[in-house]
Design a protein around this ligand. Structure first.
Ligand SMILES: [Zn+2]
Length: 359
């Protein structure tokens, strides 16, 4: 990890997510993931690994799976309708969105007309720009609120901070006579500038059509439903349900074989929402992160949340401090193969806070 006094270019991304991070955990969750991704690619000037695997789930229904180390970060899907294509989530970057569009165009010549954002997090929405044109961007009303009120201002602040860091480094470069320091500063300025150039090219496109409870896509070939099932990963998660194919694209309501990002979550309600999700007549569940699953894996994920509650609740009842709970509760070995292990302290912290508030 770069610990220079300016922070690396990716620290800008940390700042970008500043308001999303739980108090006391300055480098958790996707921030670390983003940190890794950006430092990994900072020298190359281009993102690697954007050719996420495209898999056909049923006739006209496809998923693009992100491997844990890929800069596309989250899974996406697309559905061929009678005369157009509906896309579900657009990955984390403009480049990743472009590569998703290219993957779609290899399969069909139909135009993308509908873009669904499962929720407001950037790793599901920042590829939207790649589909600009006659495209309807759809999300829950709450997800739109968060794109406009949180993501957009955070992005603007990040760009300002990155610019200020570059200016400061340029001044330091003029002031120093030490060749080693000069070389280090030049490399950092270049790295920051690459980050800034990439971020400046990104336009955040907020969803225009807002869903409160549900929206029917009455397509003659492939009817679909967009469903808001309740609070969970955020208070605005939208599910794409294909009743004929028995497939549900679930976004981050479902992390498969992975610990969840809970920074904007409502854990106690999430369990109820997952119970609603399990009532759908569906066999295939596409998570926001991790491989495609079935009802069995969704139940496993629900079980993790239930167990999280079981580990924390007695400690809250006996009045233990959060720091004590964080020290004492360890993730059981059966979850050791799960991705994003570093989310565990934040998972505990969120559960602790919700249980305390419910008392
Ligand atoms: Zn998310």
């Amino acid at each position: 990890m770069n610990t220079d006094k300016y922070g690396s270019a990716s620290v800008c991304v940390h700042l970008w997510f500043r308001m999303l991070r739980p108090v006391g955990f300055r480098l958790l969750g996707f921030e670390l993931l983003f940190f890794g991704l950006l430092t990994q690619h900072a020298g190359s000037g281009a993102y690697q690994g954007e050719d996420g695997e495209v898999r056909k789930l049923a006739e006209g229904v496809y998923v693009r799976i992100a491997a844990a180390d890929q800069s596309i970060v989250s899974n996406a899907g697309f559905v061929e309708l009678d005369n157009s294509v509906l896309v579900f989530d657009t990955h984390f970057t403009l480049e990743a969105g472009q590569s998703l569009l290219a993957a779609i165009q290899k399969i069909t010549t139909k135009p993308v007309r509908y873009l669904v954002n499962s929720h407001f997090h950037p790793d599901h929405t920042h590829g939207n720009q790649s589909f600009a044109g006659p495209v309807h961007i759809i999300a829950t009303t709450n997800a739109r609120r968060d794109v406009v009120q949180r993501d957009l201002p955070a992005m603007n602040r990040t760009l300002g901070i990155a610019q200020a860091q570059i200016e400061k480094m340029k001044k330091d470069l003029i002031a120093t006579k030490d060749p080693a320091q000069q070389a280090g500063l030049r490399a950092q300025i270049q790295q920051h500038q690459k980050f800034l150039d990439r971020m400046t090219g990104l336009k955040i496109l907020p969803p225009v059509l807002g869903v409160e409870d549900s929206l029917d896509v009455n397509d003659t070939v492939r009817p679909a439903r967009l469903l808001y099932l309740g609070k969970g990963h955020t208070d605005g998660d939208l599910v794409l349900y294909l009743p004929k194919e028995k497939i549900a694209f679930v976004g981050d309501l479902f992390f498969n074989s992975a610990l969840p990002n809970t920074q904007d979550a409502f854990l106690l309600e999430w369990m109820r929402t997952l119970a609603e999700l399990l009532k759908l007549d569906a066999e295939t569940f596409v998570p926001g992160h991790g491989p495609v699953g079935t009802k069995s894996e969704v139940k496993d994920f629900l079980k993790y949340l239930e167990e999280l509650k079981e580990w924390v609740e007695p400690r809250v009842t006996e009045g233990a401090a959060m720091e004590q709970v964080l020290r004492d509760v360890k993730l059981p070995p059966k979850y050791s193969s799960y991705s994003y292990q570093y989310f565990f302290p934040a998972n505990l912290q969120k559960m602790y806070s919700e249980l305390r508030a419910a008392k």
